[in-house]
Write a protein that binds this ligand. Sequence first.
Ligand code: IPE
Ligand code: IPE
Ligand code: MG
Length: 229
Amino acid sequence: MEKRIPKHVAVIMDGNGRWAKNRLLPRSAGHRAGMKRMISLSEHIFDCGVEWCTLYALSTENLNRPQEELDALFGLFREYFTKNVETLKEKKISLRVIGNLQLLPDDVREVIGRGEEETKGGARGTLVLAIAYGARQEILSAVNSAVRAGMEVTEESFSALLSTEGIPDPDLLIRTGKEVRLSNFLLWQSAYAELYFTGKLFPDFTDKEFDKALVAYAERERRFGKIGK
Ligand code: IPE
Ligand code: IPE
Ligand code: MG
């Protein structure tokens, strides 16, 4: 069977806290393990031939977590955007960040901006990180822009008002960590995404586990409302 590779894979990286708890470690250790996994997994995803990869790293709702946990996460973002940009550049992967970056500390927003700038033009693929992202907030902001412009929107023009402008809709949406929900992630864009849920906690979601999701995807029949084969 010809293996169909999704053009755009989106991943809700969930389960870091439980991974740490299972090991009697602080939650921050789970986030560190998650970041390590995220770096290797994103390389693997592009090696599989995927062109767009969106990773959900922090939701707008996550910003209500205790400051101690947020500080640990912000520290990891600082580290990621300072240490990893060079490798992404070498691999010709461009970085793009979606979300309400105004909600982040100034210096985190600055390293993100530099990371995007420095990897610009990387043509092998685009790694989209969703940070301080919430789909409902994104949709409302698009609606308000349209209203202000007195614009009647179509599916195309509305999509262009979202933070994912120019990014194809995800073909495959994976959630790790056992929960079976979208938690405010890409609600408009995922209208026809194939969904894949796994009980693996994100730090345990190996490249091999990802390959299983690709196999499952290749076996799906995407009908888009039409009659099947
Ligand atoms: C996902 O892991 C990462 C973020 C939301 C920042 P969690 O922190 O939600 O981990 P669990 O769900 O508590 O295990
Ligand atoms: C979703 O995970 C957000 C990210 C993975 C970044 P959560 O752990 O915040 O989701 P809920 O609270 O279980 O829905
Ligand atoms: Mg969680």
